[in-house]
Design a protein around this ligand. Structure first.
Ligand SMILES: O=C1NC[C@H](CO)[C@@H](O)[C@@H]1O
Length: 428
């Protein structure tokens, strides 16, 4: 198309080129679209032109993921500078209104390379946890409360209750919306394409694992959370008519075990599909020091969690994506030399349920395992991350090697490919 000044401009993408929801499934380019995805939180960091950027590594990681059928990446789009040791540095937001263009251009580079491989990306715009600064850092900026690091306080209940105060802070919400607008309305500096026109973005996601409060969240806290999800998702849709919006919820584990709350928070027309996460070890269903004695309990609860959330999606008539799940290496060990027999068995159990129910036509739209470690390697004997170290699938608040799938984990990669192929083969 010749523009007014004779510059050839790309014709706007057809609506069908974007991922859309068709009844209880995703559709893309006239076909049913299933996600065989990876969590790749640091993808934009690797894309930076300097500093933490490692563009050669990024291209290799994308090619290796593509080669095993991974078609979707879940990526951290925004991080906040913080004093907390458990958080990644640098950050895309150095202070309210001060954004790191080098890092944000890294996301541009990632999106340009994702497009070349015809992959899609879910971009999350905040974090309920501290490993990227997140909501607790917003509260430090705008309410003067300390940025809480549960790795230091060892008190998750207090952390969750305080962090949910983010939803009620007008000043924090105003900056959060400013950041959202700066990303959603961003023009990719590599491709020249507005993000709102990028058909390789599958959805904007409110945050990583937003929770209403702690396990004893009050009715008032739950109501604030439901209103926040609806209003922020509506705000994103007001900025971008093309893309889907999701919450980033873990499901019941992130909804104070309250199914009604999970349904109420995702009923709004502003939330296009449901998300859920599955963490048997984090939720104490599985003890990796006693795998034989806890496997049956873990897998039974996991199967129930996997299936019951698909039933909740049916209730709302929306697709659902299992966008996080993981288990640690045999031993347990953080070492890349440790085998992954138990994790592979768990992955297969998860993949079987997801792929079987997707093939049956149930509203499960796919998976993203947590998380792609690829060529990254832990740098320190204690397995903790320090600035300058490789990024791996485990963010800085966890040992580097805890849940990562590395490029040398051949049995895991073959398993992922087997089920990616199965999902890609579903015709609807
Ligand atoms: O979003 C998340 N869910 C679980 C991961 C592993 O514990 C964690 O690293 C991340 O905060």
């Amino acid at each position: 198309m010749i523009g007014a000044v004779g510059i050839v401009e790309a014709a706007p993408a057809a609506k069908s080129d974007f991922v859309t929801v068709k009844n209880t499934h995703f559709a893309r380019k006239g076909q049913a679209y299933y996600i065989a995805g990876a969590n790749f939180w640091y993808g934009g960091y690797l894309g930076a032109a300097s500093g933490v950027g490692e563009r050669a590594r990024l291209l290799k990681e994308l090619d290796n993921m593509k080669a095993i059928g991974i078609n979707n990446l879940r990526v951290l789009a925004v991080s906040e500078k913080t004093e907390m040791k458990s958080a990644v540095s640098p950050a895309t937001t150095n202070a309210p209104g001060q954004y790191d263009e080098n890092l944000l251009a890294g996301l541009d580079f990632l999106m340009a390379e994702v497009a070349k491989r015809d992959m899609t990306v879910v971009l999350y715009l905040n974090n309920f946890w501290q490993w990227s600064g997140g909501m607790t850092q917003y509260l430090n900026w705008f309410e003067g409360t300390p940025a809480l690091d549960p790795n230091v306080t060892k008190d998750y209940e207090t952390y969750m209750q305080k962090t949910a105060g983010f939803y009620r802070s007008a000043a924090a919400q105003a900056e959060y919306r400013k950041v959202i607008a700066s990303i959603v309305k961003r023009v990719n500096t590599i491709t020249g394409k507005p993000y709102s026109e990028d058909t390789h973005i599958l959805s904007w996601q409110l945050a990583n694992e937003p929770r209403p409060g702690n396990s004893k969240a009050t009715p008032e806290e739950k109501a604030v959370y439901v209103k926040w999800v609806d209003e922020v998702a509506g705000y994103i849709h007001s900025l971008d008519k093309n893309h889907l919006v999701s919450s980033g919820s873990e499901g019941l584990a992130g909804s104070a075990q309250d199914a009604q709350l999970y349904l109420d928070a995702h009923r709004t027309k502003n939330i296009d599909y449901l998300t859920y996460h599955l963490w048997p070890k984090n939720w104490s269903w599985f003890d990796s020091n006693n795998p034989g004695g806890t496997w049956d309990n873990a897998i039974s609860k996991s199967r129930d969690y996997l299936n019951s959330h698909i039933e909740l999606a049916k209730k709302l008539g929306k697709p659902i994506v299992l966008e996080e799940f993981g288990l640690d290496r045999d031993g347990p060990s953080f070492s890349i030399k440790a085998t992954t027999k138990i994790r592979d068995r768990f992955y297969r159990e998860v993949f079987e349920i997801v792929s079987t129910r997707a093939a049956k036509g149930d509203p499960i739209a796919g998976f993203n395992f947590w998380a792609w470690g690829g060529a990254g390697r832990a740098a320190n004997a204690d397995y903790w991350w320090k600035p300058g170290n490789d990024f791996v699938g485990d963010p800085p608040q966890e040992e580097q090697g805890l849940y990562s799938v590395f490029d040398s984990d051949v049995t895991s990669l073959l398993l992922i490919k087997e089920y990616a192929d199965r999902l890609h083969g579903i015709k609807r």
